[in-house]
Design a protein around this ligand. Structure first.
Ligand code: OGA
Ligand code: MN
Length: 295
């Protein structure tokens, strides 16, 4: 069966059939998936039984795997997965759900806020690929918002006002908004704010999108409360139901999203039961502003 993509939401998201991600792909299949990503921004693949190694091999078809350092508070010796895999499960190294007061767990709760992966890095992520290895029975849907469709319907005055704005993003802003406020000196250095344009243009399609994320905490040249209110307002706009696709996970689903055109969040789930989700991330290639990082 040849690879085919069927759109499953009015503005974005394609469901892909006719491909086995555990096997090496032909250049034509890789090109079809990349073209599908440009067009649909999110692609859903069902029943893909893959190992971590196969997930990493598949991921490298789209670029280099992002260096995960600086993106979490998990100490190297506590990591459950090999380098190259992002652990977005609720599990510790012993394979059991993390305790309620685990710092790692509390930090990861931030994934329930709307965000774009690695917007806290000077060069933010291109794609994320998330594989469901154990599905949680109660909750844990992942929601995606189409930031191009949300941009397109802004009124001209708003488009004009935000066109050249630059935000500062940091994990300390997203986690701080949930009351996670204590960081070691090393973490403070690691989570130093970086600058990102508020409106970005897709390098292939030329489409503009709102580049929002819970990591955004300030806008250059704007008083902080005014900036935060504008970001909240735009986020509320962009996450209205008509721009959102809700993914209800089945075992061995794999979902790829383009962080340059979408935001996502995971919804609450039963944290006493396992939810094993493993992400690989394709590194981006350029900053969204000329500066690499905020001073
Ligand atoms: C991620 C993320 C959502 C989820 O992997 O980047 O935000 O459903 N995860 O676990
Ligand atoms: Mn994420």
């Amino acid at each position: 069966m040849p690879l085919s993509i069927r759109q499953i939401h009015p503005t974005f998201v394609g469901e892909v059939t006719g491909v086995d991600l555990s096997k090496p792909l032909t250049p034509e299949a890789v090109a079809a998936i990349e073209a599908g990503m440009d067009r649909y921004a999110v692609l859903v693949f069902h029943t893909q039984l893959i190992t971590d190694e196969q997930q990493m091999v598949f991921t490298r078809n789209f670029g280099a795997i992002e260096d995960a350092r600086g993106g979490n508070v998990t100490k190297a010796e506590d990591k459950r997965l090999v380098v190259g895999m992002n652990d977005v499960s609720n599990l510790g190294k012993d394979g059991k759900p993390l305790s309620r007061d685990s710092r790692q767990r509390l930090f990861n709760i931030g994934n329930m806020l709307w965000h774009s992966d690695s917007s806290f890095r000077a060069i933010p992520a291109k794609y994320s690929l998330l594989s469901a290895r154990v599905v949680n029975k109660t909750g844990g849907n992942t929601e995606f918002a189409d930031m191009r469709a949300a941009y397109d319907v802004l009124d001209d005055a708003t488009k004009h006002a935000i066109e050249n704005l630059v935000c500062e993003h940091s994990l300390m802003y997203s986690r701080g908004s949930l009351g996670f406020l204590e960081y070691s000196d090393e973490e403070k250095a690691m989570f130093k704010p970086v600058r990102q344009r508020l409106v970005r243009t897709h390098p292939v399609t030329g489409r503009k999108s709102l580049y929002l994320s819970s990591h955004a905490g300030t806008i250059l040249g704007m008083p902080v409360p005014e900036a935060r209110m504008l970001l909240k307002d735009l986020t509320e706009h962009a996450t209205q139901p008509q721009f959102v696709y809700i993914h209800r996970w089945s075992l061995h689903d794999l979902v790829i999203w383009d962080n340059r055109q979408t935001m996502h969040r995971v919804r609450r789930y039963d944290d006493t039961q396992p939810r094993d989700m493993r992400r690989t991330t394709v590194a981006g290639t350029a900053p969204t502003v000329a500066q690499e990082a905020a001073e």
